[in-house]
Design a protein around this ligand. Structure first.
Ligand SMILES: *[C@@H]1O[C@H](CO)[C@@H](O)[C@H](O)[C@H]1NC(C)=O
Ligand SMILES: *[C@@H]1O[C@H](CO)[C@@H](O)[C@H](O)[C@H]1NC(C)=O
Ligand SMILES: *[C@@H]1O[C@H](CO)[C@@H](O)[C@H](O)[C@H]1NC(C)=O
Ligand SMILES: *[C@@H]1O[C@H](CO)[C@@H](O)[C@H](O)[C@H]1NC(C)=O
Ligand SMILES: *[C@@H]1O[C@H](CO)[C@@H](O)[C@H](O)[C@H]1NC(C)=O
Length: 259
C-alpha cells in the first residue's frame, strides 16, 4: 500500500516535471543552455537523421501496435510517429515512443541524431544494455527509459551528457555501480530516477556537484554506505532511498521533504 503510494507519487511528480521540461524544449533555442543548442543543429542534416531512425527501426524486433509503420523511406521524417523536428524542419529534436510495447535493442544509431533534446522510451521492452554511444548527444536534456528490460550499467560515458536535466531509468534490470563521473558536469541535472533496479555500490559524493538536483529516487536498489554529505549542496526536495542497504543518518542540515 505504502509502496504503491510512493510509486504513484513519483510517477505523478515525474509526469508533471516531464511536461514542464518538454514544454521547454519546443523552441529551437531553449533557454540558452550552456551547451549552445545552435551547435547541435549544425554539422548534420535531416537526411542523416532519417537514416539513423530507419536504422533504429531495424533493431526493433516486435512492434505490436504498428507504431513504426510509417517510418519509411517515402514518408517525411518529421511525420514519423513519435518524432518531432524543430520549427524549420531541418533536424529531429525529440523521439517519444512511450507505451508502444516495442521489443528490441536500442540501436546506437540514435547517437547520430545530434540535435536530440528528448528521448522517451517509457514502457516498452527494450533489452540489452544502454548504448554508451548515446553520450554523443550533447544537447540531450531528457532521457526516459523507465519500464523496459535493460540490463548492464549506466555507461561511464554519460559524463558527457552535460545538458541532461532528467535521467529516468526506473524499473529495468540495471546493475553495477553508478559511475562518479556521471556527476562530473551536472549543472543542469534536476531529476534522477533509478528506482527498481539492481544498482550497487555507494552513492557518489560527486552528486553534490549538481546544484539544481531536486528529485533523487533510488528506491529498491542495492546501494550501500551512507548518504553523501555533499547532498547538502543540491536543492533536494524529493528523496527516496528506501529498500537499499544504506546505513547512517541523513546528513545534518539537509532540508528535504521526505516522500
Ligand atoms: C561542462 O559542460 C559544458 C557544456 O555543457 C562545457 O562547456 C564545459 O566545458 C564542461 N566542463 C567540464 C569541466 O567538463
Ligand atoms: C552515423 O554517422 C556516421 C558518419 O558520421 C555514418 O558513417 C553512419 O553510417 C551513420 N549511421 C547511421 C545509422 O546513420
Ligand atoms: C506531414 O503529413 C501531413 C498530412 O499528411 C502533410 O500535410 C504534411 O505536408 C507532411 N509534412 C511534411 C513535412 O511532409
Ligand atoms: C530482470 O530481473 C528479474 C529478476 O531478477 C528477472 O526475473 C527478469 O527475467 C530479468 N529480465 C531481464 C529482461 O533480464
Ligand atoms: C559544498 O560546496 C562547497 C563549495 O564548492 C564546498 O566547499 C563544500 O565542501 C561542499 N560541501 C560538502 C558537504 O561537500
Amino acid at each position: 500500500m505504502t509502496m504503491a503510494f510512493i510509486r504513484m507519487f513519483f510517477i505523478l511528480l515525474f509526469l508533471l516535471h516531464f511536461i514542464l521540461v518538454s514544454s521547454n524544449t519546443g523552441s529551437p533555442y531553449p533557454n540558452r543552455r550552456r551547451y549552445p543548442y545552435h551547435d547541435c543543429l549544425q554539422g548534420r542534416s535531416l537526411v542523416e537523421d532519417k537514416a539513423a531512425l530507419l536504422a533504429f527501426k531495424k533493431s526493433v524486433l516486435v512492434d505490436p501496435k504498428s507504431t513504426l509503420a510509417n517510418w519509411e523511406d517515402g514518408v517525411h521524417v518529421c511525420n514519423f510517429t513519435g518524432v518531432t523536428c524543430n520549427e524549420q524542419h531541418h533536424r529531429v529534436t525529440q523521439i517519444d515512443l512511450s507505451s508502444s510495447g516495442l521489443v528490441g535493442k536500442i540501436s546506437p544509431s540514435l547517437s547520430n541524431l545530434t540535435a536530440l533534446q528528448l528521448i522517451n522510451l517509457y514502457e516498452n521492452h527494450f533489452f540489452s544494455s544502454i548504448p554508451p554511444q548515446l553520450s554523443s548527444l550533447p544537447c540531450l536534456q531528457t532521457l526516459v527509459l523507465n519500464q523496459n528490460d535493460l540490463n548492464g550499467p549506466v555507461p561511464d560515458s554519460f559524463a558527457l551528457l552535460t545538458s541532461l536535466i532528467v535521467f529516468a531509468v526506473m524499473e529495468n534490470n540495471l546493475t553495477g555501480p553508478l559511475p562518479p563521473s556521471f556527476f562530473s558536469n551536472c549543472t543542469q541535472l534536476k531529476v534522477i530516477d533509478l528506482s527498481f533496479n539492481y544498482i550497487t555500490g555507494r552513492i557518489p559524493m560527486e552528486i553534490g556537484n549538481c546544484p539544481g538536483l531536486w528529485t533523487l529516487n533510488l528506491y529498491n536498489n542495492q546501494f550501500i554506505g551512507q548518504l553523501p554529505a555533499s547532498l547538502t549542496n543540491t536543492t533536494l526536495y524529493n528523496l527516496d532511498v528506501e529498500n537499499n542497504h544504506l546505513s547512517g543518518e541523513l546528513p545534518s542540515d539537509l532540508e528535504i521533504v521526505l516522500a
